[in-house]
Write a protein that binds this ligand. Structure first.
Ligand code: AMP
Ligand code: MG
Length: 492
């Protein structure tokens, strides 16, 4: 067994760990568990560089010890965070059961990022779990989070995946792995629920002030900062879920512990991108009721934000009835915020630069047709701006031809020439998304054959999702129709 020690090699780590200055209610000091035989799988050199880390040092032979949790970077003060959450509607006490926060790295530009090891062993919050993670799901998180990032959607990032050299036992024995996750923070709606359920008024306020300072610092100076904080979180989440809808992303497990206050997409489990457009799309095998179906995501985000609002009530106003009224107003305002972001995004996807009252019905009838004719969401949007649209079978459907005429007439009422409309559309409609069949193929090559080349190639294609490149054509094609329904598993 390697010894746990502090490395002195200068990789550029610059830790300033503010979370462990919060009241002790919010965490337990916890070192990562040691592992037998760490092995390198993937390292995100570009992300390391953007964090001001020395990628050569981090790519050296020792780095797998660090990414596996056997060595601690200088300045790390590892801990497991406490939180609670509503899981599929039921309130539960949770906490980092298999993740350890090493600390907060400050970049040369002064940005603060959590560096967390996921799959780093048991913690006081592990309950019956082993604290570990398997290689497949950790690579899946790496792929999808990087894809989401390159699409321009706020998200946690993935710095590295290493294997542990130890098995993890699920239905079968799987290869154990650790993912290094980089996040604006890991403060969740569930962190506030935890404070409100188990903390004092002072502890709740300490968490709120800490979060405002960290993510919404301009609000520190305003009188009603907690109300404004709530509104600001609503706004970021409205924008986030609109971007999920616009890209066909299904998070899959939107429990309140998986919603970050920073507005980043977090906790990639059974998530996937929709191929054929269908608002009822669900991938997760455990979501039997379809609670987190694609079309439900905005409503469920509002439900989650209502839980955040409840937790914050004592801070909104000293008079409980006034606090309740303020909270209700904030929650009711969510859907209009979401709708604004979604409509603006849909206009861009259709190349509309001006606003007309009939735009919503134009968008709705396009989506209806797409659903009725079982078209691929990503492909059809991209096709609209392409010069080969007329060759597509869907173009020959009378319903589409009629819609196409309406859309062309609408485009003529705005000043931009077609070339500009095309550029706008191409900047908002990706060519490449992580297609489910291709993700599965890459994961099976990596996990079963230790062949990481397909993974590297897929990741390269996801780095420029809006650009048509000949070498990426194989990643842009929709799956063959009639294939089996795609299912995802939590893989914990
Ligand atoms: P998730 O569904 O991944 O968001 O996890 C829900 C909760 O279960 C969190 O508190 C996790 O830390 C915990 N958890 C998930 N997998 C494990 C595991 N293998 N061992 C211990 N805790 C886990
Ligand atoms: Mg989670």
């Amino acid at each position: 067994m390697p010894e746990l020690f502090t490395t002195t090699v200068s990789a550029g780590w610059n830790f300033d760990n503010s979370y462990c200055r919060l009241p002790e209610l919010f965490y337990k000091l916890q070192k990562p568990g040691l592992v037998q035989n760490p092995g390198r799988v993937i390292f995100n050199a570009r992300l390391a560089e953007s964090l001001g880390l020395n990628q050569e040092v981090l790519q050296s032979n020792q780095s797998e010890q660090l990414f596996a949790g056997n060595q601690l970077p200088q300045g790390a003060e590892p801990l497991a965070q406490a939180y609670a959450g509503h899981q599929f509607g039921h309130f539960t006490t949770l906490g980092d059961g298999r993740a350890v926060l090493l600390g907060e790295h400050i970049t040369p530009e002064g940005q603060r990022f959590d560096i967390q090891l996921k799959g780093a062993g048991r913690t006081p919050f592990s309950r019956g779990g082993d604290g570990r993670a398997a290689l497949g799901p950790m690579l899946r998180e790496y792929i999808i989070s990087e894809a989401i990032h390159h699409l321009g959607i706020p998200t946690t990032r993935s710095l590295a995946v290493v294997t542990t050299g130890e098995p993890v036992y699920r239905e079968t024995a799987l290869r154990g792995a650790v993912l290094t996750r980089v996040a604006a923070s890991h403060i969740r709606i569930g962190t506030f629920q935890y404070a409100s359920s188990f903390g004092s008024a002072q502890e709740l306020q300490a968490l709120a002030d800490y979060t405002i300072q960290r993510h919404y610092p301009a609000l520190m100076a305003v009188d009603d900062r907690y109300v404004q904080f709530l509104q600001a979180v609503m706004d970021r989440q409205a924008s986030l879920v609109a971007q999920w809808q616009l890209s066909g992303f299904v998070h899959g497990v939107m429990n309140t512990d998986n919603i970050a206050i920073s507005g980043e997409t977090i906790d990639y489990g059974p998530c996937a991108f929709m191929d054929t457009y269908d608002p009822a799309t669900v991938f997760s095998s455990i979501d039997r009721q379809g609670r987190y179906a694609y079309g439900n995501q905005p409503t469920l985000m509002q439900w989650n934000l209502a839980r955040l609002t409840e937790a914050l009530l004592p801070l909104l106003h000293a008079d409980p009835s006034q606090a309740l009224a303020m909270g209700q107003e904030a929650v009711q305002g969510f859907y209009a915020r979401y709708q604004r972001y979604w409509l603006a995004g849909m206009r861009s996807k259709l190349g509309l630069t001006t606003e007309e009252s009939e735009d919503e019905s134009l968008i709705a009838s396009f989506l209806d047709g797409m659903a009725k004719h079982q078209q691929d969401f990503t492909h059809i949007f991209r096709l609209l701006a392409s010069d080969t649209l007329h060759q597509a079978p869907y173009f020959k459907e009378p319903a589409f031809a009629e819609w196409y005429q309406q859309w062309q007439t609408r485009l003529q009422r705005q000043p931009q020439p077609w070339s500009e409309v095309q550029s706008l559309m191409n900047a908002h409609n990706p060519v490449v998304i992580p297609r489910n069949d291709r993700v599965e193929a890459v994961l099976s090559a990596a996990v079963e054959q230790q062949d990481f080349l397909p993974l590297q190639r897929l990741l390269a294609s996801l780095e420029s999702p809006y650009t048509e490149l000949p070498q990426h054509v194989e990643y842009s094609l929709p799956p063959n129709p009639g294939g089996p329904a795609y299912r995802t598993f939590c893989g914990t």
